[in-house]
Design a protein around this ligand. Structure first.
Ligand code: XMP
Length: 318
């Protein structure tokens, strides 16, 4: 049966009202399609009893914070911004193992949430968890591949009751909901962004400097691919970004020997992120991305393109 977005919205708004009642709720509004949809549904159901929070982890994409502010304003959502970058980088200092990074980020995120939620007297936490998030975290019969931020990172006793209106939805359905809610294409067509943010795009230690490097590279990949898709030069991939390797390689800058980081460009075709094929991007587009990254991000001296499907690879490098 086809997914009926309008009916789903009505049903979920009613469900949220029923579950939360006259209590207060909080939602993590990250700027992605899922959390924005949940924030709008929650705000329709609860009005001022909902507080949306944007935790600035220092691991967000360029312009993310400003966009969240603007959407919340347009949709009349009560938004609170928490600057937490310093705390995240301190906790991640010296941590190399991907699953530890995920757990640290998930736990700190929820702890900050709990503290802030206490101030609002909230009892409920609304989350934009999608079906693949919990299936891949070992929620079904499958083996746990990665502990996704929305599930695996949560401490057992978080003190807030969880409401997950999109738990049975896949990404394409979240986009249908965003369109039906009247959200702009910059949200409804926005590519997915992982809960742990840029941390899973930084192989090795996560520092604010390395986050800044990968943030700049991601922005270039997004700009070039979106331009190419708009002009019809290339198909718009399902997800596209850059990651940073921990190793450096030798290159030349002017007449000098350089020793700089390697950026991995990743672009994939997918329906729901469960499986994916690498996008066959035109060589001229790859060339432009590589030239811009090495020119504009001085710490990157080499750009490679990831030609791995999922499986055996995953979409994110960590
Ligand atoms: P992987 O790397 O597991 O990614 O193939 C599949 C999709 O999920 C996103 N992703 C996450 N989303 N929390 C999320 O909400 C997470 O911890 C997380 N890790 C990966 C990834 O960007 C891709 O779209």
């Amino acid at each position: 049966m086809a997914f009926d977005a309008k009916k789903f919205i009505e049903k979920q708004v009613a469900e949220i009202k029923k579950t939360v009642g006259n209590s207060k709720a909080v939602v993590a509004m990250s700027g992605g399609v899922d959390s924005t949809v949940v924030s709008v549904l929650g705000s329709r159901a609860l009005n001022n009893n909902l507080t949306a929070m944007f935790v600035d982890t220092g691991l967000m994409r360029a312009g993310e914070r400003e966009q969240v502010e603007s959407i919340a304003k347009q949709a009349g959502i009560n938004l609170r911004i928490i600057d937490a970058g310093k705390q995240f980088f301190e906790k991640l200092s010296g941590v190399l193992e991907p699953e530890r990074k995920r757990k640290i980020i998930g736990e700190l995120f929820i702890r900050i949430f709990e503290e802030e939620a206490k101030k609002t007297k909230a009892e409920f936490l609304l989350q934009g968890t999608l079906a693949p998030d919990w299936i891949e975290s070992g929620g079904g019969k499958r083996a746990s591949i990665k502990s996704h931020h929305n599930v695996g990172g949560l401490p057992e006793k978080m003190g807030l009751k969880l409401v997950e209106p999109l738990r049975d939805c896949y990404k394409h359905e979240a986009r249908l909901l965003a369109r039906a809610l009247g959200l702009p294409p910059s949200i409804s067509e926005r590519q997915p962004f992982p809960g742990p943010g840029l941390a899973v795009r930084i192989v090795g230690e996560v520092t604010s400097e390395r986050a800044e490097i990968v943030r700049k590279a991601c922005k270039i990949v997004e700009e070039e691919i979106e331009k190419a898709a708009a002009s019809g030069e290339a198909e718009r991939p399902w997800q596209y970004f850059a990651s940073l390797l921990c190793s450096k390689t030798v290159g030349v800058r002017g007449d000098e020997r350089a020793y700089q980081y390697v950026a991995v460009v990743r672009a994939v075709r997918s329906l729901d992120g469960m499986t994916a094929n690498f996008s066959q991007l035109p060589p001229a587009l790859l060339q432009r991305i590589s030239t811009r990254i090495t020119n504009e991000v001085r710490d990157i001296g080499r750009v490679v393109y990831d030609v791995t499907n999922k499986p055996p690879g995953t979409i994110e490098l960590e």
